[in-house]
Ligand binder design. Structure first.
Ligand SMILES: *[C@@H]1O[C@H](CO)[C@@H](O)[C@H](O)[C@H]1NC(C)=O
Ligand SMILES: *[C@@H]1O[C@H](CO)[C@@H](O)[C@H](O)[C@H]1NC(C)=O
Ligand SMILES: *[C@@H]1O[C@H](CO)[C@@H](O)[C@H](O)[C@H]1NC(C)=O
Length: 177
């Protein structure tokens, strides 16, 4: 009973063969997945009546800021094709941010890149705000980006401390299943 018999491929029972074929095809499919890299810019204004990022609430008797634990912001930044704020707007970065570390270093981000053409990417993660490059996850998408996954790096390339205006370069690297 226990002695192993040599098995020839052709004598494999057909369900096993089918599983083998399915495994090989999904393997081949996995190797075809390609990374799509896209770069665009967020126009982020944190002051004045036209602010695109605004603190909504926070912990009582604490200041509302990115370094004050518990502060929650709403965000609606224009997404443009070049750093120039008058360049073509291709969508909006909309969502919420929460000052999420007691030490004041990290901000939790949960936002959508809502593109004007109807497609969107869901962005989520911790923004280590004192690092030059912030890396966030791309967790899903809609339209052209259904089943998307990957990551986005954000880097401030311009900051005007008088008006709290920043231009942020965003590079997304995604794989569509
Ligand atoms: C807000 O935007 C409007 C329309 O672009 C502009 O006329 C106004 O001067 C802006 N206000 C401030 C405070 O920048
Ligand atoms: C929609 O816009 C995004 C961002 O510019 C682009 O990557 C995508 O290919 C466009 N087309 C569709 C059908 O989503
Ligand atoms: C902006 O930066 C300059 C130079 O670092 C500084 O002197 C000034 O006080 C800052 N202004 C604001 C509003 O923070």
């Amino acid at each position: 009973m226990a002695s192993s018999r040599p098995v020839k491929l052709m004598s494999l029972p057909s369900p096993l063969l089918l599983v083998l074929v399915l495994m090989l095809t999904s393997l081949a499919k996995a190797q075809r997945l390609t990374e799509t890299i896209t770069e665009f810019y967020l126009q982020d204004l944190a002051s004045g009546s036209n602010a695109t990022v605004i603190p909504i609430t926070g912990i009582k008797n604490k200041p509302l800021s990115f370094t004050s634990f518990g502060t929650i912001f709403a965000l609606d930044d224009p997404i443009t094709v070049t750093p120039d704020k008058s360049s073509t707007e291709i969508g909006r970065a909309q969502g919420i941010m929460v000052a999420s570390s007691l030490s004041g270093s990290n901000v939790h981000v949960s936002m959508s890149f809502a593109f004007s053409n109807g497609s969107s990417l869901e962005i989520q993660g911790t923004s280590r705000q004192f690092e030059r490059y912030k890396e966030l996850s791309v967790v899903s998408g809609t339209g052209n980006f259904r089943y998307a996954r990957g990551y986005a790096t954000l880097e401030s390339i311009y900051y005007d401390n008088r008006t709290s205006y920043s231009i942020i370069r965003c590079t997304t690297r995604i794989i569509l299943s």
